[in-house]
Design a protein around this ligand. Structure first.
Ligand SMILES: NC(=O)c1ccc[n+]([C@@H]2O[C@H](COP(=O)([O-])OP(=O)(O)OC[C@H]3O[C@@H](n4cnc5c(N)ncnc54)[C@H](O)[C@@H]3O)[C@@H](O)[C@H]2O)c1
Length: 336
């Protein structure tokens, strides 16, 4: 495989490149990223001189540059992660989500269609998406791959649009596509704007820990290294034209996670001024805040044999430990 990973300098991309770089089936691994605030090449410092690894600073919104990158490296396989990924930012600046997530995906898949020229043998376009496209669940039930799409934020709407585009390229042109929809990820290298690293950083700085609404929104959490394993599995064995949900059957209310992080930090490094739970403050709810997400990951387990390897209690402890040990990284990304 001459594998192109887009968004490789971001959170999931970084973990995925570390996971795939030594895969013997990968001959060349090209990381295409335009390095927004969320992308950091330093995340990949340890592999930057690896003989298989190439970095291309390209903005997917630039169609010509995208096509050239695909052609220059003779790309046979794509895992498309690059996106604007933060729901709050999509509420304040929806236009960026339309141009990167929808137009950028169009530019990339169209570049593959042009470059592959109808010879799709041995090729694969793997589009990475989210469970947020399915909208919000009530107190029970799980999202399966056949759940109807009902996105509620500009972020999830832009991801749903890109999923539909990818689907249409399979049905219209026969492009060899596969789509994965994953639940919330946590782990090392996540930009400190998402719930778990925000809470860790707030506790360490002894600042208030903001929790939206009543804190009872439910998310289904997956360790990012398990997601990387799942993406590697789908790349190798995922059936063309299929969609796979990825998740760990691990539902938590926001308030329970926040309390768990407070207590774990208190255990690892007792904070002066009392228990960290005292810092929790409920703030005005996010507009259109989905109440509950929960993924049914039976299909990928049954058909491809993937299952998450990390228990949540273990993954969250590793994550907190990673942030405690990488405060320089946090300062540096926040400065950027
Ligand atoms: N983080 C999650 O919990 C989660 C869950 C399910 C699905 N996803 C999906 O996984 C993918 C990666 O998520 P993440 O959390 O790693 O995101 P991230 O925000 O950490 O990283 C995104 C990367 O894309 C790059 N990028 C952004 N716009 C670009 C453009 N126009 N051209 C080229 N590169 C660009 C950024 O520089 C960054 O390196 C996204 O598609 C997201 O929708 C994320």
């Amino acid at each position: 495989m001459n594998l192109l990973i887009t968004g490789g300098a971001g959170f999931i991309g970084t973990n995925l490149i570390h996971h795939l770089i030594d895969d013997p089936k990968v001959v060349k691994l090209v990381n295409l990223d335009c390095l927004t605030y969320a992308g950091r090449l330093e995340n990949l410092e340890t592999i930057s001189h690896h003989p298989k690894y190439v970095f291309e600073r390209v903005d997917l919104r630039d169609q010509v540059a995208t096509l050239h990158a695909i052609g220059r490296h003779g790309i046979t396989h794509v895992i498309h992660l690059a996106a604007e990924s933060h729901v709050d930012r999509s509420i304040s600046r929806p236009g960026d989500f339309v141009t990167t997530n929808i137009v950028g995906t169009y530019n990339l898949i169209e570049a593959c269609r042009i470059f592959w020229g109808g010879d799709f043998a041995g090729k694969k376009f793997h589009h990475v998406s989210t469970d947020e496209v399915y909208g919000s669940l009530g107190a029970t039930g799980l999202f399966t791959e056949t759940a109807p799409y009902a996105p509620n934020s500009p972020y999830s709407a832009s991801k749903a649009s890109s999923d539909f585009l990818v689907r249409s390229y399979y049905h219209t042109y026969g492009l060899p596509t596969v789509i994965t929809n994953c639940s919330n990820n946590y782990g090392p290298f996540q930009f400190p704007e998402k719930l778990i690293p925000v809470v860790i950083q707030s506790v360490l700085a002894r600042k208030t820990v903001p929790v939206y609404g009543d804190g009872l929104n439910v998310r289904d959490w997956l360790y990012v290294r398990d997601h990387a394993e799942a993406l590697g599995t789908v790349l190798q064995r995922g059936k063309i034209g299929e969609t796979y949900n990825i998740g760990a059957h691990n539902e938590w209310t926001n308030i329970d996670i926040v309390q768990l992080i407070c207590d774990t930090i208190d255990e690892f490094s007792p904070q002066s001024g009392g228990h960290s739970r005292q810092l929790i403050t409920f703030v005005k709810d996010r507009p259109g805040h989905d109440r509950r997400y929960a993924i049914d990951a039976t299909k990928i387990q049954r058909d491809l044999g993937w299952a998450p390897a990390h228990k949540f209690q273990q993954g969250i402890r590793e994550t907190i430990r990673w942030y405690l040990d990488h405060q320089d990284w946090v300062r540096s990304v926040l400065k950027k």
